[in-house]
Design a protein around this ligand. Structure first.
Ligand code: UD1
Length: 351
C-alpha cells in the first residue's frame, strides 16, 4: 500500500513516515527541501531499515504535480504536510504563504481527482480556532472558527474550505483534516527530531538550543497573562503520538470507516501546560538548568488553548500516550545527538 507524504523530510512528515513504514506502508516523499534536509531520508532509513522513495520538486508547480500523479498510478492515499508555517514571516510575506500553501493543495486535489486517488489527510492546525472563548475550553471540533490572526493561520482556514468544497464536487474524493495542537519532542532513537533553519521561532527547539549553549538564554514572552503562572497555555503533543494519529487517519480512509467524506479531528492530549511548565519539565526530566528571562509579550500569541480530544479518542481510536516529560526528554536527547554528530544530519554551526 503506497502513501504519498508531501513534506516528508520535514519535522512532522519525517516522523510520520517512520510510523507508516513500521506499520507496513510504502512511502513516497515529495519535498522541495525549502525548510528541511535531504539527510532526513537516511535518518528515516536508520530507524526503519528502508529509505523512502523521494522526488524533489515544488508542489505549487501544477504541471509537475500532474506529471507526478500520472507516473505513480499505485498511490492509495496522500498525507499533505508540505507548507510554510512561520507565523511572523507570513505577516511580512503573505503572498508567499497564500501562493505556496494554497496552490500546492489545489494542485494535489486536482491531480487526485484526475488520476483517481481517493484519500487525503491534511495537516491543519488549532490555529483555526483563534483565541477560544473561555466557555469553549477545552476546545472541541464544534467550536467556532474565528478570524485568523495571521496569513499562515488563514491559509489553514481557507485550505479547510477548499477541501470541503472539493469533496462536495468531486465524488471520488475523501479527506480528513487533522487539527494539530503543539507538536514537540523527537523519535525515541534520537536519530530524528526537529531541525529548524536559523533561529527557532517555536518554543521547544529554542529550549534545547539554549540548553546546548547555542542561544544565550530563552526569552519567555510575557508572564502577565490571565493563566495560573501568567505564561500562555498550550496543548503540547509528542511528535510520535501525532505521527500515529496520521496512520489511524489513513487506515480509517482505506478501510472505508469514515462517517462522512470530509472529517475533522483535533489532535491533542487534552491537557494544557504553560511555558513555565515546559521549562520545569525540561529541567526535571533532563537534570539540566535552563537560562531564561521574562520579556515582553509576543504579538499575536493566543493566551490559552487546549484540546478536547474526546471525539478523536472515540472515533479515530487514537489517544496520546506520552507524557510531557517524555516530550522534553526526547527533545533534549535529539538535540544532543545532533550536535554531537551522532545522526545522519550534517551539523550546521550557524543553526
Ligand atoms: C504557532 C501557531 C501554530 C503553528 C505553530 C508552528 C498560532 C496561535 N500558533 O504555535 O498554529 O502551527 O506556531 O509554527 O498561530 N514562546 C516563548 N519563547 C520562545 C518561543 C515561544 O516564550 O522563544 C512561547 C510562546 O509565547 C507560546 C509558547 O511558547 O506561548 C508556544 O509557542 P510556539 O512554539 O511558537 O507555538 P505557538 O505560537 O503556540
Amino acid at each position: 500500500m503506497k502513501i504519498l507524504v508531501t513534506g516528508g523530510t520535514g519535522y512532522i512528515g519525517s516522523h510520520t513516515t517512520v510510523e507508516l513504514q513500521q506499520q507496513g506502508y510504502d512511502v513516497i516523499i515529495v519535498d522541495a527541501l525549502f525548510n528541511s534536509r535531504v539527510e532526513a531520508l537516511d535518518a528515516i532509513a536508520s530507524i526503519t531499515g528502508k529509505k523512502p522513495e523521494f522526488e524533489q520538486f515544488d508542489l505549487a508547480d501544477r504541471q509537475k504535480v500532474d506529471d507526478f500523479f500520472r507516473r505513480h498510478g499505485d498511490i492509495k492515499g496522500v498525507i499533505h504536510f508540505a507548507a510554510h508555517k512561520a507565523v511572523g514571516e507570513s505577516v511580512e510575506q503573505p503572498l508567499k504563504y497564500y501562493r505556496n500553501n494554497l496552490d500546492s493543495l489545489m494542485n494535489i486535489l486536482e491531480s487526485m481527482n484526475k488520476y483517481g486517488v481517493e484519500n487525503l489527510v491534511f495537516s491543519s492546525s488549532c490555529t483555526v480556532y483563534g483565541e477560544p472563548d473561555p466557555e469553549n475550553l477545552p476546545i472541541s471540533e464544534k467550536a467556532p472558527i474565528k478570524k485568523a490572526e495571521c496569513p499562515y493561520g488563514n491559509t489553514k482556514q481557507i485550505a479547510e474550505e477548499i477541501l470541503q468544497d472539493s469533496i462536495m464536487a468531486y465524488k471520488g474524493l475523501n479527506a480528513i483534516a487533522l487539527r494539530y495542537f503543539n507538536p514537540v519532542g523527537a523519535h525515541e532513537s534520537a536519530k530524528l527530531g526537529e531541525l529548524p533553519f536559523g533561529v527557532p521561532a517555536n518554543l521547544m527547539p529554542y529550549v534545547t538550543q539554549t540548553a546546548y549553549g547555542i542561544r544565550p538564554f530563552l526569552r519567555v514572552f510575557g508572564d502577565d497573562y490571565d493563566t495560573p503562572d501568567g505564561t500562555p497555555i498550550r496543548d503540547y503533543i509528542h511528535i510520535m503520538d501525532l505521527a500515529k494519529a496520521h496512520v489511524k487517519a489513513v487506515e480509517r480512509m482505506l478501510q472505508g470507516k469514515m462517517k462522512a467524506r470530509y472529517e475533522v479531528f483535533n489532535v491533542g492530549t487534552g491537557t494544557g501546560y504553560s511555558v513555565l511548565d515546559i521549562i520545569k519539565s525540561f529541567e526535571r526530566s533532563n537534570g539540566v538548568k535552563l537560562k531564561y528571562e521574562i520579556v515582553g509579550r509576543r504579538a499575536g500569541d493566543i493566551v490559552k488553548i487546549w484540546a478536547d480530544p474526546t471525539y478523536t479518542n472515540k472515533e479515530l481510536g487514537w489517544k496520546a500516550e506520552r507524557t510531557l516529560d517524555d516530550m522534553t526528554r526526547s527533545a533534549w536527547e535529539w538535540e544532543k545527538a545532533y550536535r554531537e554528530g551522532k545522526t545522519c544530519f550534517k551539523i550546521d554551526e550557524n543553526n
